[in-house]
Design a protein around this ligand. Structure first.
Ligand code: ADP
Length: 445
């Protein structure tokens, strides 16, 4: 991590160094070029002022400067004087752009690359009063002599910048990474130890995860304690009855009764363990094999399954609605409907009613289970979906409840992206609505 930041900062330093060097070279070159051209124009004008007082073109020899070449050309292009070469051997200059320009407009300039040396030559030409053209020229070989001195300085500055950026990057990286390391050392109070605000979301996310983990751990411990307790009660009574039979303490006519009680308690244990297994399966992460499921069909099946229990208490079961497709697991969804209907029957009154409605809406499917039973006091309504939470423990146990039915319902609803709402009035009844996304919407989710 530290190395990565370091490398990046270094890269930025390197790039800015190369850019700075390149740009300053470009600017220097440009300024220098302009200066040379200006200087040449000044020299040419000075020469032109001295020119009328010369006796012959040969007199221009006196103005030869090192590197400055002077040429005098007649109006028809013939070279009259040349400071470096023999003027008579030179061809007609009329076609040269700077000469042509000077003849036409009074002055002209040009830059040409000499093929052999690769250097540029600057030309500046000026038309004189007598019609001849005075041209001076200079090779960049000479020009760059001065410029060459600048290059090492720029390179030196570049290296200094590079060195500085190495230093700064090392320091900056340390400064960036140290607080993060400090945070990692104090993960427990990470949210009170945020070194700079950019790290706040990171610290908060870690804190939230910690809280979630703690909460999960607490819930698991609570669940284990509850399960142990729930298992212990029926086992204790099973053990008690069995012991009495074993010791001959049970009268003959009691034995059948005791066996019935043992059977009953064992049945309760099996139901409880079945519910625990269902919950732990629902807890398991992983992809479910979902498909299209008709809730109405499931409700119909569960009606038949539960009609015997309802009849015992003279409770009227009714179903209303039509085919309503959702996307899900039919086993799970059937379990959800069963648990809700089972509760509606178990927490009902003799001669009461249970009404189930399955309604496909535009984008959702509503499942409503309502009863005319004992109802749930408002202060308990939020908690009935917790594991082992019961409003009236003895009634729950009497009717074969495990305290896990609604916890299973809640889990299944979550996995199907369904929303549960409870409406209940004590002594009047309860209505539980589960709203599923419609098959199409759920398939996309
Ligand atoms: P149980 O196995 O005890 O029925 P559940 O998880 O199914 O456990 O329900 C939790 C508690 O919620 C029940 O013990 C009961 O007190 C209350 N409850 C659930 N459904 C109803 C209902 N339809 N009417 C009244 N109370 C209900």
């Amino acid at each position: 991590m530290e190395g990565k930041i370091n490398m990046r900062l270094l890269l930025i330093g390197l790039i800015s160094m190369v850019l700075t060097a390149g740009m300053s070279l470009f600017v220097f070159h440009h300024v220098f070029d302009g200066q040379i051209k200006k200087d040449m124009a000044i020299s040419a004008n000075l020469l032109a002022q001295a020119y009328p007082s010369l006796e012959s073109p040969k007199g221009l020899d006196a103005f030869q400067d090192n590197g400055l070449r002077i040429t005098l050309i007649s109006a028809d292009g013939e070279v009259l004087y040349e400071s470096l070469a023999d003027s008579s051997s030179m061809d007609n200059h009329l076609a040269r752009p700077e000469i042509a320009d000077a003849l036409a407009h009074g002055q002209g300039e040009a830059v040409r690359t000499s093929g052999t040396l690769g250097y540029n030559t600057y030309y500046y030409a000026l038309r004189l009063d007598d019609g001849n053209v005075l041209r001076i020229s200079m090779q960049t070989a000479t020009l760059y002599a001065a410029w060459d001195n600048i290059v090492p300085v720029i390179i030196l500055i570049g290296f200094a910048v590079l060195l500085l950026s190495v230093l700064v990057s090392v320091l900056l990286t340390k400064q960036l990474v140290r607080p993060i390391e400090a945070m990692a050392e104090h993960l427990d109070d990470i949210d009170t130890n945020i070194p700079y605000k950019e790290l706040a979301p990171f610290a908060l996310a870690i804190k939230q995860q910690q809280n979630k983990k703690e909460e999960n751990e607490r819930m698991r411990q609570e669940f284990t304690a509850n399960v142990s307790h729930e298992l212990k009660t029926p086992l204790t009574s099973i053990s008690g009855y069995a012991e009495m039979i074993e010791n001959g303490m049970a009268r003959d006519e009691d034995i059948k009764d005791f066996a019935g009680k043992i059977h009953n308690e064992a049945g309760r244990l099996i139901t409880l363990i079945g519910d625990i297994i269902k919950l732990s399966e629902l807890d398991e992460p992983g992809e479910r094999e979902f498909g299209p499921v008709d809730l109405y069909e499931l409700a119909l099946g569960n009606m038949e399954l539960l009609s015997f229990n309802a009849d015992k208490e003279n409770i009227a079961l009714s179903l209303d609605g039509q085919k309503a497709m959702v996307w899900g697991d039919s086993g799970m969804l059937s379990e959800l409907i069963y648990n809700l209907m089972d509760n509606a029957i178990r927490y009902n009154v003799t001669g009461g009613q249970v009404h189930v409605e399955v309604k496909p809406l535009e984008k959702s499917v509503m499942l409503t289970v309502s009863d005319t039973g004992i109802g749930i006091p408002p202060e308990h309504q939020d908690r009935i979906f917790e594991r082992f939470y019961r409003v009236d423990k003895s009634r729950s146990k009497e009717t074969g409840g495990t305290g896990l039915g609604l916890a299973i319902v809640k889990h299944i609803a979550i996995q199907h992206h369904a929303k549960i709402t409870v409406k209940s009035q004590q002594g009047k009844g309860t209505r539980i609505v589960v709203e599923f996304p419609g098959e199409g919407a759920a398939r996309q989710a």
